[in-house]
Design a protein around this ligand. Structure first.
Ligand SMILES: NC(=O)c1ccc[n+]([C@@H]2O[C@H](COP(=O)([O-])OP(=O)(O)OC[C@H]3O[C@@H](n4cnc5c(N)ncnc54)[C@H](O)[C@@H]3O)[C@@H](O)[C@H]2O)c1
Length: 273
């Protein structure tokens, strides 16, 4: 069990959505917070909300920028002490039909959703290990990282990467007392669909009118589904419990159950007798 009280938590994408839900739960549990995000307004709101509960520092950071990541990590540790709770959570959702993708879109989604997680691990893991005080890493993947869904090629590729990485990190780090969890949410009520549509690179993308219409319909449907999803505060509490109990997988509902079963069956059925 990891006691989170008094530890410093570094939360990427901590200004909005699931990151903010995690920040609230860990603040109440007595962790100090380093919240990082590209959205400075959201960071200011989060700080104003949480600073009476616990020490909070905020940092504008694009998790793709490795030099800025290293500088932010140093500044966070100078202000709040050694980081031993790391939440690689910042993410975006979006893309285009597979045949219409370009490298800019691949780099955008993989850069944030996969390399953002890699950059967090590269920046902090060696320090967490050297300090010998234990700790916990939570990587936010998705149900879409566990079986194929309609979440799209870019998103799915990035999230499978995060799941695989977390499982192997867990194998390596469990024996030395560092916990790893991979958060695989189903729908959570956040503004990720619109926020991602607003920030996605648009250049070089040539969609037909019909494809544009389908993409808009998919965004509308996804927005509706997420509105009905689990609250960010409920997810924050699930993450806190999983860290305390040192559990690898964190699901927020059972939405993926049948897809995971049929994927596992198809994999097993394909093995030679
Ligand atoms: N909402 C869901 O239903 C859902 C489901 C499964 C997985 N997830 C995952 O949960 C994580 C959080 O998503 P959310 O739904 O809370 O979205 P959100 O948009 O509400 O929050 C994501 C935060 O990340 C920040 N961000 C985006 N790009 C960044 C970058 N390059 N550097 C730093 N910060 C950046 C955004 O500004 C935002 O504050 C993501 O990894 C997402 O893929 C969400």
């Amino acid at each position: 069990m990891t006691d989170v009280k008094g530890r410093t938590a570094f939360i990427t994408g901590g200004g909005n959505g699931i990151g903010l839900g995690i920040a609230r739960s860990f603040a109440r549990a007595g962790a100090k917070l380093a919240l990082v995000d590209v959205d400075t307004d959201a960071l200011a709101r989060a700080k104003a909300e949480l600073q009476d509960i616990t020490p909070v520092e905020t940092f504008q950071l694009d998790v793709r920028d490795r030099d800025a990541y290293a500088a932010t990590a140093e500044a966070a540790e100078r202000a709040l002490g050694a980081v031993s709770l790391l939440f690689n959570n910042a993410g975006v959702a979006g893309g285009a039909p597979a045949s219409k993708l370009n490298y800019e879109l691949w780099d955008w989604v993989m850069g944030i959703n996969l390399y953002g997680v890699i950059n967090g691990v590269q920046t902090f893991l060696s320090k967490i290990v050297e300090r010998g005080q234990g700790g916990h890493i939570v990587n936010t993947a998705s149900g879409a990282g566990l079986a194929a869904t309609g979440a799209g090629l870019l998103y799915t590729t990035s999230k499978y990467g995060v799941v695989g990485m977390s499982e192997v990190l867990n194998l390596e780090l469990a024996p030395i007392g560092i916990g790893v969890s991979v958060l695989c949410p189903g729908p959570v009520a956040t503004g990720i669909v619109q926020r991602s549509a607003d920030t996605a690179p648009k250049s070089g993308l040539s969609l037909s009118q019909q494809e544009e219409r389908r993409a808009a319909e998919r965004r509308e449907l996804a927005t509706q589904i997420l509105e009905q999803g689990v609250s960010i505060d409920a997810v924050g509490e699930m993450v806190l419990k999983a860290v305390r109990e040192n559990r690898l997988y964190i699901h927020t509902d059972r939405v993926m159950e049948e897809l995971i079963k049929s994927r596992a069956k198809a994999l097993l059925d394909a093995m030679p007798s």
